[in-house]
Design a binder for this molecule. Structure first.
Ligand SMILES: *Cc1c(COP(=O)(O)O)cnc(C)c1O
Length: 432
């Protein structure tokens, strides 16, 4: 690829997300404007010597792809389209390296299983993405990895939960679904004190799932997280056509991640990497700026509606952690970036969630702009009922204790004209 003349200023992130790293040693293409989608399960290796070199370089993992073209062997190990996406994702999250997986869950399971081993312990926030919750509570214990679930907005609770066997502190922020925030810098402070007395191989790592915010709205690594997980299926992918996941973190973890991925086998297909590389990441900034404007209009409308009991959106001045939101959720230029997700609860005297069911059923059948579907971060506005859908795996008692009511509705704002979304919400609220 032609190396463009660099101007004296670094391009702004919005520009950089469109043009990517510019020069890549991962693939020799000179005349494409758009990176090619590769489709080769295996790669020709010219000689026994080059074959041997390929394997030894892969395992040693000490070459920088910016200066040294990788010798590709087999898709599951490494391949160009996915590699280019990894370079751009690492840049977007302000991390050293990224490794892409087949789904967000395969990235999260890789993060937890490379950092915590048999006999060790994970401390996680008590409200988690449903599948992460069942991974931690059902599957990891079978491999001898134990857990404690705590409220991570309470630093004393976090400190108390950490044992000599703890290796990972895991959290999402904003928390799915009610968008409560966790102060990453405060968690970093607690973990620094813990790690000060530990050997390097007993240290505690902080892992943050940044799927809800996307790197446009929040870079957890800048606040002291060690590792970021992303579901590329959501806001980064942006169009809802493909599934994928990624881990972003320090170069020191790269070798473990690629070797784990090689053997457990959850590599991102290049056919799924390509739309994220070509469509998703390059439009992230433009999409998020517009999602946020819409989210603010919609949250303000809902807050003023007599049938709505509670609206949670970090951008609203009434949001209980508005100060923390302003500090932690900022775009690449430092402007407040409260994201594209809104959670609200309808007035419900019985407390059985019936108004929410009426609202959702009416919207699902009649509203042009509101689609009843899980997932988020797409160009179409999506609504769902977390209590009975995405968070069904959590025990009811736990949900109630954490403030999740059967009447809660989660919205992922799309790119429709916000007036149309508000009109549909207004009509659905008549039915609630
Ligand atoms: C969707 C999601 C995941 C899982 O990602 P998949 O790509 O569906 O495997 C993990 N965490 C959060 C917060 C999510 O929204």
């Amino acid at each position: 690829m032609i190396l463009k003349r660099q101007s004296s200023d670094e391009p702004r992130m919005r520009t950089r997300l469109i043009h990517g790293v510019g020069h890549t040693g991962r693939w020799d293409y000179n005349h494409h404007v758009v990176p090619p989608m590769t489709a080769s399960a295996t790669f020709r290796l010219e000689s026994a010597e080059r074959g041997a070199q390929a394997f030894s370089e892969y395992v040693a993992d000490d070459n920088d792809p910016r200066t040294h073209s990788p010798i590709y062997i087999y898709d599951r190990l490494d391949e160009p389209t996915r590699g280019m996406l990894e370079d751009n994702l690492a840049y977007a999250e302000c991390g050293e390296v990224a490794v892409c997986f087949a789904t967000g869950m395969s990235a999260i399971s890789a993060a937890l299983c490379t950092l915590a081993h048999q006999g060790e312990h994970i401390v996680a926030h008590a409200v988690l993405y449903g599948c992460t919750y069942s991974l931690v509570t059902t599957w990891l214990p079978r491999y001898g990895i134990q857990h404690s679930l705590v409220d991570m907005s309470d630093m004393d609770a976090l400190r108390t939960a950490i044992t000599p066997r703890t290796r990972v502190v895991y959290l999402e922020t904003p928390v799915n679904p009610d968008l409560k925030l966790i102060d990453i810098a405060a968690v970093r402070g607690v973990i620094n004190a813990v790690n000060a007395d530990r050997d390097a191989d007993a240290r505690v790592w902080i892992v943050v799932d940044n799927t809800f915010a996307t790197p446009f709205c929040q870079r957890p690594l800048e606040w002291g997280a060690d590792v970021v997980c992303q579901s590329l299926t959501k806001g980064i992918g942006g169009f809802g056509t493909d599934v994928g996941g990624a881990l972003i973190g320090p170069r020191s973890l790269h070798r473990e991640w690629i070797l784990y991925r090689k053997d457990f086998g959850g590599s991102l297909s290049p056919k799924c990497a390509w739309p994220v590389l070509v469509n998703g990441l390059p439009t992230l900034a433009t999409r998020m700026i517009n999602h946020q404007k819409t989210a603010m209009h919609v949250a303000t409308f809902l807050e003023s509606h007599p049938k709505v009991a509670r609206v949670c959106y970090p951008g609203l001045p009434s949001f209980p952690q508005h100060e923390l939101a302003r500090r932690q959720m900022t775009d690449y230029r430092g402007h407040f970036a409260p994201g594209s997700m809104v959670y609200f609860e309808l007035c419900d005297a019985e407390g059985l969630g019936r108004p929410a069911v009426r609202f959702i059923d009416w919207a699902a059948g009649n509203a042009y702009t509101l689609t009843l579907a899980v997932s988020l971060g797409q160009i179409k506005t999506l609504i769902e009922a977390p209590y009975s859908m995405t968070h069904a795996a959590m025990p009811a008692e736990e949900k109630r204790r954490r403030g999740l009511s059967p009447g809660g509705i989660r919205m992922s704002l799309g790119l429709e004209d916000w007036h149309d979304i508000v009109a549909d919400l207004d009509a659905a609220l008549v039915q609630a």
